[in-house]
Design a protein around this ligand. Structure first.
Ligand SMILES: [Zn+2]
Ligand SMILES: [Zn+2]
Ligand SMILES: [Zn+2]
Ligand SMILES: [Zn+2]
Length: 341
């Protein structure tokens, strides 16, 4: 299998939220999305959880332009998920939503030259929900100055601050309201340092094993195998997938994302492997782009007793042709793989 020279890894980094606004073209986790195209944004309906009808909350975005594609001079992939733990089932991608945005260098929103700290915030764009930062087609009927994606978020905003501040344009920093969002971090991307040598020793091991299995010694041993032992051996391929995962991650245990566009994901289990990935609406094949690692969960504050948001890995697949839809957001595909029980 032809493999690219390296995988990029993503790490969580605390930073000034000022550095994570859209004109900086950030890769980030949590907080509100830093939209690329500023209009039209995905509608609240498009970011609705199919299970509970709640609005999916922004999880992360990866800024990943494609060098040889002038329509992907800027390119960002966004992942959203429903925060209701009851919507999360093993190996089910239902409460997740992925969208991709692309813009050429000359576009409706940003200066064609690299942004400097002095670049003003682009002004054109849809109204944003004051709570979660997605498109906000509804607004406060009294002051008309705050927008919302849904009744649900309008109620939260009213309860935790806007009631006192309505008709008074001051922004208050209610922490209760911001609990709707995941904690905000920069997603720092670095090249994976990984010695190919170890991969070799893994395949050497496999070779050793197969030559052993065909040897006389093995056949006499295998005759003595109990049912239980045979069972154990047949489960070993599964363990091998997980042990490969563990070994590879060991080199940089804090990684929360692996980026390898056109490559293949590092799976956590031999069960429920990504399969039958639907093609893009443009007709092109979707290819693997990045995976979200289980390490990210520890930064999200989602642990709770009973039902909980959880994953082995989230594999994101995007259009191999990067079809360009103007300022529109294009839906992409996520495959959730959990550890086998
Ligand atoms: Zn839901
Ligand atoms: Zn909202
Ligand atoms: Zn108001
Ligand atoms: Zn496409």
């Amino acid at each position: 299998m032809a493999e690219k020279s390296h995988v990029d890894l993503g790490f969580v980094e605390k930073t000034d939220p000022e550095n994570l606004t859209c004109q900086h073209f950030p890769s980030k986790i949590g907080g509100k999305p830093a939209w690329l195209s500023l209009a039209p944004l995905p509608t609240p309906n498009q970011l609705q959880c199919p299970k509970c009808s709640g609005i999916c909350i922004f999880l992360l975005q990866v800024y990943a332009p494609v060098e040889d594609d002038s329509n992907a001079f800027h390119r960002t992939v966004f992942v959203f998920l429903c925060k209701n733990p009851n919507c999360h089932q093993p190996n089910s991608n239902a409460p997740f939503c992925v969208v991709r945005s692309q813009l050429p260098r000359d576009n409706d929103f940003y200066n064609p030259d690299p942004p400097t700290p002095a670049t003003p915030i682009p002004s054109k764009g849809d109204n944003l929900c004051a709570v979660c930062g997605i498109a906000g087609p509804k607004c406060c009927a009294k002051c008309h100055s705050r927008s919302y994606c849904s009744k649900e978020h309008q109620v939260i905003d009213w309860k935790y601050g806007h009631k006192q501040n309505c008709s008074n344009s001051e922004e208050d920093g209610s922490t209760k309201r911001s609990q709707v969002l995941f904690p905000e971090y920069e997603l720092l991307i670095e090249e994976e340092e990984f010695q190919k040598k170890e991969e070799k020793s893994e395949s050497e091991k496999k070779e050793e094993l197969s030559s052993f299995l065909t040897s006389d010694k093995a056949s006499s041993l295998l005759q003595d195998c109990t049912q239980e032992e045979l069972e154990k051996m047949s489960n070993q391929s599964e363990d091998r997938t997980f042990s490969k995962f563990r070994k590879r991650v060991e080199h940089a245990p804090d990684q929360v994302l692996r980026y390898d566009r056109g490559g293949s994901p590092l799976l956590v289990s031999n069960d429920n492997k990504p399969d039958n990935i639907p093609q893009c609406t443009c007709g092109a094949k979707r290819q693997f782009e990045f995976q979200v690692m289980p390490q990210l969960l520890s930064h999200l504050g989602v642990d709770q007793v009973g039902a909980s948001i959880d994953w082995g890995t989230l594999c994101v697949y995007t259009c191999s042709k990067n079809c360009y839809q103007g300022n529109q957001y294009q839906h992409e595909y996520l495959w959730k793989q959990d550890y086998s029980k």
